[in-house]
Design a protein around this ligand. Structure first.
Ligand code: PLP
Length: 377
C-alpha cells in the first residue's frame, strides 16, 4: 500500500517547461529575466509595491529584522505556536524573542497576549498566519500602532489567504513567504519578502548582496552583509506556480472540505477555523480534540503511521523546545501561555498534500474515526 503524504506540491508540464527554459536560456543578458517576472507578478498578486525573491523565508525574516534596524537589546514578540523559523532570526541579529500566547479559535497570535508581552524594549512583532488562517489583524495592528511596534508578517503558510479582502503578507512593514517543497506554492526551496516601503526595499537589496548597491558592477561593498539569492531555475518554477495559484488554492480548499464532510459527525473535535470576513487557504488541515479522548498527539501520529498515513504534530510551543531551554523568556512563557500548551497537546496536521484524492481522504478519515471511537472515555 502506498503512503499517504502529509504535504507535497502539484507540478504540471507548465512548471517543467518554465524550468527547462530557464536552465536553457536564463544566462548572459537574460540571467535576471525570471527573477524580474516572478517578483513583479508576485507583488501584483499581493497588491504591494515591492517583492524580493530569496533563498528561504528564514532569510526573509532575517533581512526584515536587519532592514528595520533591530539588534542587541531589542525584544521581538512571536506567537508560541509556530515553526522555529519565525523566531530563530531574532537570535541571529542578537535580539531576544518573547513568546506570546495564541488565540483559541484562530490559533494565531492573540492581540491581548501580544499587548501583555510588550515592554519598553519591544521593537517588533512577527504574527503568523498559521496553517493558512489569519489572526484578528485589525486588533493586532491597533496594538502595534499604539505602542509604535513594527509588524513583520510571517505569511509562509498563507499565500492567497485574505482578511477583509486584503491578502495575507500585506499587513506589516514587511511580509514574508516560504516556497519550501511542503508549501502551497513551491520553488523547491525559496522565499519572498514583500513591502510597500521604498527605504526598506532598498536596504534589503543591499543587505542581501554582500553590501553592494543595486546595479553595482565594480564589486564595491559598503558593508559586511549577507548573500541571499534565488536561482533562475527556482524563479521560473515559482512563476509557473504563481500563474496557477487559483488552481492550487482551490485544491487546498477542496481537500479541507473533503475532511470537513468526512469528519462532521465526530464530537469534541475541531478543524481549522475561518475567521468571519477572512479566507483561509488551509495549508495544513489540522484536527484538535478535547481531553474526552484518551489520546496524545504523539500516539495519534504513530497509530496513523502504522496505517501508512503521514501526519505532523501541531507545532510544539517554542518555549518547550530544548533550543530555548536556557532562556529566561521561555521560562516565563511556559507559565503564561496556557492556550498554546493545551491546543498543541492534542492536535495534528492531517495529510494535506496537493496530490491527494477524494479516496485518500476518505481512507484517512475512516481510520481517524475508528481510532477516536476506540479512545473515547
Ligand atoms: C515554512 C515556514 C517558515 C520557514 O520557511 P523556509 O523557507 O523553510 O525558511 C517560516 N515560518 C513558518 C510559519 C513556516 O511554516
Amino acid at each position: 500500500m502506498k503512503r499517504i503524504p502529509v504535504a507535497g506540491p502539484w507540478i504540471t508540464q507548465k512548471e517543467i517547461d518554465y524550468v527547462t527554459d530557464a536552465v536553457t536560456n536564463a544566462w548572459y543578458e537574460n540571467a535576471n529575466v525570471y527573477h524580474q517576472r516572478f517578483e513583479k507578478a508576485f507583488a501584483e498578486y499581493l497588491g504591494v509595491r515591492f517583492a524580493v525573491a530569496l533563498p528561504s523565508c528564514t532569510s526573509a525574516i532575517h533581512l526584515s529584522l536587519l532592514a528595520l534596524g533591530i539588534g542587541p537589546g531589542d525584544e521581538v514578540i512571536v506567537p508560541e505556536a509556530t515553526w522555529i523559523a519565525t523566531a530563530a532570526p531574532i537570535s541571529y541579529v542578537g535580539a531576544t524573542p518573547v513568546f506570546a500566547d495564541i488565540d483559541p479559535l484562530t490559533w494565531c497570535l492573540s492581540p491581548q497576549a501580544f499587548e501583555a508581552c510588550i515592554s519598553p524594549r519591544t521593537k517588533a512583532v512577527i504574527p503568523v498566519d498559521l496553517y493558512g488562517g489569519v489572526p484578528d489583524w485589525d486588533a493586532l495592528r491597533a496594538v502595534a500602532k499604539r505602542h509604535h511596534i513594527f509588524i513583520i508578517e510571517d505569511a509562509a503558510e498563507a499565500i492567497g489567504s485574505e482578511y477583509k479582502g486584503k491578502k495575507a503578507g500585506s499587513f506589516g512593514e514587511t511580509g514574508v513567504f516560504s516556497f519550501h517543497g511542503s508549501k502551497t506554492l513551491t520553488t523547491g526551496e525559496g522565499g519572498m519578502l514583500v513591502t510597500d516601503r521604498e527605504d526598506v526595499y532598498q536596504r534589503v537589496l543591499q543587505l542581501r548582496d554582500h553590501g553592494r548597491r543595486p546595479g553595482d558592477t565594480l564589486f564595491w561593498n559598503y558593508e559586511v552583509a549577507h548573500k541571499y539569492k534565488m536561482s533562475s531555475m527556482q524563479a521560473a518554477l515559482g512563476l509557473a506556480q504563481l500563474e496557477r495559484i487559483d488552481e492550487l488554492l482551490a485544491r487546498k480548499i477542496e481537500i479541507f472540505q473533503w475532511y470537513q464532510e468526512e469528519l462532521k459527525d465526530l464530537e469534541d473535535v475541531t478543524l481549522n477555523y475561518q475567521l468571519p470576513g477572512s479566507k483561509n487557504t488551509y495549508w495544513m488541515v489540522t484536527i484538535v480534540w478535547t481531553p474526552r479522548y484518551d489520546l496524545s498527539k504523539v500516539q495519534l501520529i504513530s497509530l496513523l503511521k502504522e496505517r501508512n498515513i503521514d501526519c505532523r504534530p501541531f507545532f510544539f510551543p517554542l518555549s518547550s523546545l530544548p533550543a530555548y531551554e536556557n532562556s529566561k523568556e521561555a521560562l516565563a512563557a511556559r507559565q503564561r501561555n496556557g492556550t498554546s500548551y493545551q491546543i498543541s497537546e492534542r492536535s495534528v496536521n492531517l495529510p494535506s498534500a496537493l496530490n491527494l484524492s477524494r479516496e485518500d481522504v476518505r481512507y484517512v478519515c475512516g481510520i481517524v474515526r475508528e481510532l477516536f471511537a476506540s479512545r473515547k472515555q
